[in-house]
Design a protein around this ligand. Sequence first.
Ligand SMILES: Nc1ncnc2c1ncn2[C@@H]1O[C@H](COP(=O)(O)OP(=O)(O)O)[C@@H](O)[C@H]1O
Ligand SMILES: [Mg+2]
Length: 375
Amino acid sequence: MSTAGLDNLTLARKEGWQQFVDAPARTRPELLSRKQIRALGDQARASYDRSRREWHANLGPLRTPQLAELHDDLWDIVDSNAHDGDKAKGAVAIDAFPGLGKTTSVLAFAKRFHLREIAEHGSLTSEGHERWPVCRVGLTGNTGLKDFNRAMLEFFAHPGIGRGTASQYATRALDCMVSCHVRLLIVDDLHFLRWRANSGVEISNHFKYIANEYPVTLIFIGVGLARRGLLDEADAASDPVLAQIGRRTTRLGMGPFLVDNAVHRRQWRAILPAIEQRLVLADARPGMLADDLSDYLFARSTGHIGSLMTLINRGCQWAVRIGAERLDQTVLDSVKNDAAAENGRRELEAAFTARRLTTAITSPAAGARRRAATS
Ligand SMILES: Nc1ncnc2c1ncn2[C@@H]1O[C@H](COP(=O)(O)OP(=O)(O)O)[C@@H](O)[C@H]1O
Ligand SMILES: [Mg+2]
């Protein structure tokens, strides 16, 4: 069976989705002191370090302000769609650069939505079908509309996946959605859908058809969706089909952390203790990130949650491996981050050094006044 064009093979099937939804929260490994770690036998030590490796590689999701805001917006839209009766449902497009937490945040939302629907309505529909409140399709590479329709079908492990036309796949998939009472259809990395000059209308029509005929809220996730014509007002002006889908689609963005004003700096500073509390390193102490490494971490991550979590994860792996058992600049200097973050880093570091920028809660101007007053 072809799985080309699908991203996460576990979540590509409803059984995998069920596992994701039911997965118990990971248990945090016990925090041992250096002395206790030294006292472990070889095997116990290896297993302790393995559990810490897995733990540090899966910190999260943290309730960042970006995630919290997105969830509030999604609840509003999804819940208001529930009262619309026969009317076409509004769609949502989450349009932002990679590494800002789109997938993580939407999956966390979808998990809560799934659990709420099952808790309220039961795991079987009134007709006795399994209830699947969420269907999620993630695309990679260059996926055509037919592959997309087949991917929806694949989520339900439908036997009719072997052969058919694009529209037969669509019909079967949408029949599944009706019988399973799917309420959210999530299309992740929609920008991978092949979007030729003349297929834009075909694709828009397809989603419009889904939104019109089926009681699902479409959640599109992608990079540069507006540019690709899904939400493009320029195209929409000349094309009534695009105009219609554009008008019913609420565009939500997600941004990086910023340090341009006191509110933003406070948000950045608040996320660091939340991470600190989760680390399982013998010599970690409060303030290790939030006080000592705030500027440094901002410069290295450029405020992107993906880059920040990669850095923390790699730093922890390294700190365990070399026995440093804490994060500091020396440890973090020896781990690499993604290229985009590394490029942004140099400029930010220069700005921090020149005191044009700070992550301190007091403003740079106040800092400058204070320095002037005390010198
Ligand atoms: N709220 C969060 N808490 C912890 N880690 C996060 C959070 N959001 C994103 N991440 C981490 O950042 C990385 C990128 O996030 P992802 O959701 O894949 O971004 P996007 O879909 O926008 O490219 C992931 O590895 C994820 O673990
Ligand atoms: Mg993603």
